[in-house]
Design a protein around this ligand. Structure first.
Ligand code: LIP
Length: 271
């Protein structure tokens, strides 16, 4: 499928960086303020600030690209089957942020309908063209344009070259539902004996960028959502890594094995 009036990826990257930095500043400014919750469940918290951050990002992106639809963690606008869509997590790591743990970020991806089914990254026919992840606490900005090397604060960044699990630090995420927790615990139990260390950081987008920059050698999570992984997946692949993911039950829900490109067989998760 050929898209009429293709979007200029470099211009989309510029607009995404501006929006990510603005949302990052909002998140940073409110770090020590009382957090107003919008929704609290057994394993998750949603803040009013999640909505404010998303509104700020949506406004900034809309002013630059009024025709592109918007799929955010908090809400969606426009035709989500359109040739292009933004996929945004306004605060990834909200529970960390709520508890005053400075490990959270903004994640912005631009996706387009793939020209052929083979070129699609996701089962619904989309591919990620631009990825931006900004950590306002470490002032770290990861960026990627499809087909170009990934960058951290402007410098090319690469995955690690470790091949043996017992040399590796892997990250495992525990999603929000009792089912995903129950499915992940036996895997955690198995892996903790086979790797150097396991880290559970609570922000999927940073989990992917940490693999992209060789800090982790792999990151695994079941029950993760598209807005948590869209930008990070492109950044990881553009840094030489492997971003294996598969749609599972639930809207925009996936299971994922993200690695430095040398470990998936050793990490394989039974169905
Ligand atoms: C979080 C993810 C994390 C996962 C949490 C939650 P949020 O995203 O980054 O990996 O384990 O359950 O989904 O809700 O902070 O944007």
């Amino acid at each position: 499928m050929r898209i009429k009036n293709p979007i200029n990826p470099a211009a989309a990257l510029k607009a995404s960086i501006t929006a990510a930095r603005a949302a990052g500043a909002l998140i940073r400014r409110n770090f020590h303020t009382v957090k107003r919750t919008k929704q609290v469940t057994r394993h998750d918290i949603k803040l009013e600030l999640d909505v404010r951050s998303q509104k700020l990002i949506e406004k900034a992106l809309y002013s630059a690209f009024p025709s592109i639809s918007f799929l955010g963690e908090e809400s969606a606008t426009g035709d989500l089957g359109a040739p292009y869509r933004w996929v945004v997590d306004p605060i990834d790591g909200t529970v960390n942020y709520t508890y005053g743990i400075p490990h959270a970020c903004v994640s912005i991806a631009l996706q387009g309908r793939a020209p052929t089914p083979k070129a699609a990254d996701y089962e619904d026919g989309y591919q990620t063209l631009v990825g931006v992840i900004y950590d306002p606490f470490c002032d770290e900005l990861w960026t990627a344009l499809r087909g170009q090397p990934a960058r951290l604060n402007g410098r090319i960044t690469r995955v690690s070259s470790r091949r043996q699990l017992n040399d590796c630090i892997i990250s495992i995420g525990f999603a929000k539902t009792p089912e995903h927790l129950a499915q992940t615990l036996p895997y955690f139990n198995q892996m903790v004996r086979r790797v150097r260390k396991i880290r559970m950081m609570g922000a999927a987008a940073l989990g992917l960028t940490y693999v992209a920059s060789g800090r982790f050698d792999a990151y695994i999570e079941r029950g993760i959502r598209l807005w948590d992984i869209a930008a990070g997946g492109l950044i990881l692949e553009s840094a030489g890594g492997e971003f294996w993911h598969k749609a599972i039950a639930g809207e925009y829900t996936y299971r994922m094995i993200a690695t430095n490109g040398r470990l998936r067989r050793q990490l394989a998760v039974p169905d």
